[in-house]
Write a protein that binds this ligand. Structure first.
Ligand code: 5CA
Ligand code: ZN
Length: 393
């Protein structure tokens, strides 16, 4: 299985750690409806997991739920609902969408609130090693703690842009866009990320060796990933919006704690837009899997429509695509119905090869189209499409 690595900017074989492909995919922040864009990212890495398992590689897949973070608390406050209820409701919706799409659930599915003591302790250890430092915080009883990026950089385990390859201006922009505070007084350097936010009135908080508060976003993922999969993971994955700061900072935190590089591979899916504009809550143009299913669309057609785009591309969803996917599915199902056992394994082998080549699902789909056009299609393809593409014919 070869996969593009954002860090090296090359196609590289997926490596295992102690014989197991250890895959971490950043999960949802459960404060608002997850849309087809999120689903596309999870479908991409579901395809990866399926391909690895089919090739005989053991996979250990962990995903987090970012239920301790600003957007969720802000939304809960603004709408006057309990943050835990909001998170639960949105997580349940997300899971039912994933089940409808036949996404294989992760082996570890970890809510931040359930493991909070772990990032709390990790921040304590980072402060002991002077990789974490307090910044004066007049509006709280304790101090906010930041991470000293330069210290990890000095040990050769971090370099700004090592995943994103962004130029300095773009790093600065993305840092702010994702909640960073470059100008905060008392920070050792501009991009040092928040490790621990001291408790403020009315905000949920937990005890820690550095006082009450809550962890920063990046350290949550660093600790959940290494806690579930071990100190070194095969792949850190997510949508391409997470390249910087999130994946670089998570990796830097993990490396600060372990003294090792974090991941062999950094894999990123493209971002999905809707008929010409970015899918966004404020624009009200979210395409929701649950709504498409409720309107009577076959989830397999939704899955097929998404997989007909290459995972690394940014693309736009057009409603018409669903009809095209449904028509293709009908053709495939008709072929499956007349398929027969056959000693001919080459088409299935080509399907495997297409997916093993950086998850080239568009090429895989063309191969299934060719199979479906045959008068006497081989039944083996039906099984392969089920296993590799997650589509039951
Ligand atoms: N909880 C964090 C990650 S730790 C988070 O980014 N949550 S999220 O709910 O905003 O996004 C969930 C996943 O979907 C992330 O991997 C993100 O990169 C991806 N994603 C977000 N928007 C899109 C989009 N428009 N198209 C494709 N993937 C997207
Ligand atoms: Zn994450």
């Amino acid at each position: 299985m070869h996969l593009h690595n954002s860090a090296s900017e090359r196609l590289e074989p997926v490596r295992t750690v102690d014989g197991v492909a250890r895959l971490y995919v950043c999960g949802i922040t459960p404060y608002d409806a997850t849309h087809l864009g999120h689903a596309a990212t999870y479908l991409a890495f579901d395809t990866l997991g399926r391909a690895l398992r089919q090739s005989g590689v053991e996979v250990d897949y962990a995903q987090n739920i970012t239920d301790v973070d600003d957007p969720l608390f802000e939304r809960a406050n603004a709408t006057n609902v309990d943050w835990q209820e909001l998170a639960q409701e949105q997580t349940d919706l997300f899971r039912s969408d994933m089940a409808a799409l036949r996404v294989i659930p992760p082996d570890s599915y970890v809510r931040v609130q359930d493991v909070l003591v772990e990032p709390a302790d990790a921040v304590g250890r980072l402060v002991e090693r002077d990789l974490g430092y307090a910044v004066p915080t007049p509006d709280a009883d304790g101090d906010d703690i930041y991470f000293d990026l330069a210290a990890v950089e000095a040990s050769g385990l971090y370099e700004p842009g090592f995943v994103s390859h962004f130029a300095p201006e773009r790093l600065a922009e993305a840092f702010v866009e994702f909640g960073g505070d470059p100008d905060r007084e008392g920070k050792r350097s501009t991009f040092d990320p928040l490790l621990w936010r001291a408790a403020r009135p009315e905000e949920p908080s937990w005890p820690s060796p550095v006082g009450r508060g809550r962890p920063g976003w990046h350290v949550e993922c660093a600790i959940i990933a290494t806690g579930a999969l071990g100190e070194h993971v095969s792949i850190q994955a997510g949508g391409r919006d997470l390249r910087f700061p999130h994946h670089e900072m998570s990796a830097a935190h993990a490396s600060g704690l372990t003294g090792k590089p974090f991941a062999d591979h950094y894999a990123h899916a493209g971002l999905i837009a809707y008929e010409g504009t970015k899918m966004s809550k404020s624009l009200g143009n979210l395409v929701l899997v649950s709504k498409l299913v409720a309107a009577g669309h076959d989830p397999a057609a939704i899955r097929l429509a998404v997989l007909s785009h290459h995972y690394r591309e940014d693309w736009e969803w057009f409603d018409g695509e669903l009809d095209a996917a449904a028509a293709r599915l009908d053709t495939w199902r008709a072929a499956a119905a007349r398929s027969e056992p056959s000693p001919e394994h080459a088409p299935v082998q080509r399907l495997r090869e297409a997916i093993a080549d950086d998850l080239d699902t568009p090429a895989a789909i063309r191969l299934v189209d060719e199979w479906a056009a045959q008068e006497r299609p081989s039944a083996a393809m039906r099984t392969a499409v089920d296993a590799l593409l997650g589509i039951r014919l």
